[in-house]
Design a binder for this molecule. Sequence first.
Ligand SMILES: [Mg+2]
Length: 213
Amino acid sequence: MGIRAVIFDLGGVVLGSPLHAIARLEEEHGLERDVVNRHVVASAPDGAWHRMERGEVAVGDAFFAEFDRELAGAGAPISSAVLFERIAAEAQPRPIMLRAIDRLREAGFKVAALTNNWSDERPGSDSSFKRGDLHARFELVVESSVVGLRKPDPRIYRLTCERLGVEPAEAAFLDDIGSNLKSARALGLTTIKVVTPEQALEELEDVVGLALR
Ligand SMILES: [Mg+2]
C-alpha cells in the first residue's frame, strides 16, 4: 500500500524539543540526566503528567503543586512552573519542517499533527504552541488533551487514521520519542524517529518519493 498521509508529532519534530528544555533544566540543577522523563514514564497511567496530557487536569497552580510533589519524590526537586516556561520558550516552529509540510500538501498528501499536549488554565495564557497559526498548516490536528487519549495508546493512532480516511499502512508517522513510534509501528504505520529535522526529512523523502528540503 502506498503512503497517502503523513502524521507529524509537534514538540521535538515541527517545534523545538521539550526534551532539550527538560535536559537543560536537569543539568542546571545538577540532577541525573533524564530523571524527569523517567518519572513521567514510571507514573503511567495516572500520574499528574498523564492526566494533564489527557486533558483531565489543566496546567495551572493545582497541577504544578501536584507535579512538584511527584518530582521531589522522584529525586528531582525542581519547579514545574519553571519547567513549563522553558518548554514553551523552546517550542518555536522549525522553518525546515514547515516548508516540508507545505510541500507535502501541495503534492496532495494528507498531513496531520498528532500531539500529546495540554490545556492551560492560567490567566493570560495564549496556549503553549500559538495554536491557530500552526494548526492552519495541517488538514487535521489531533490533540491528546482534547480527545482524552495520549500517545502511545494505540487508540489515538487509529483515531487519527480514521479521521484522515486512511489505513494505518497508508500513513507515515514522525515522532522524537521511541515508545510513541513503537506503538504506531505495531499498528502498521511507517515510522521515522526524529533525531534532527534534516535526518528525519531525508528519511521521509525516501518514504514519500518527494524532495522536501
Ligand atoms: Mg515530541
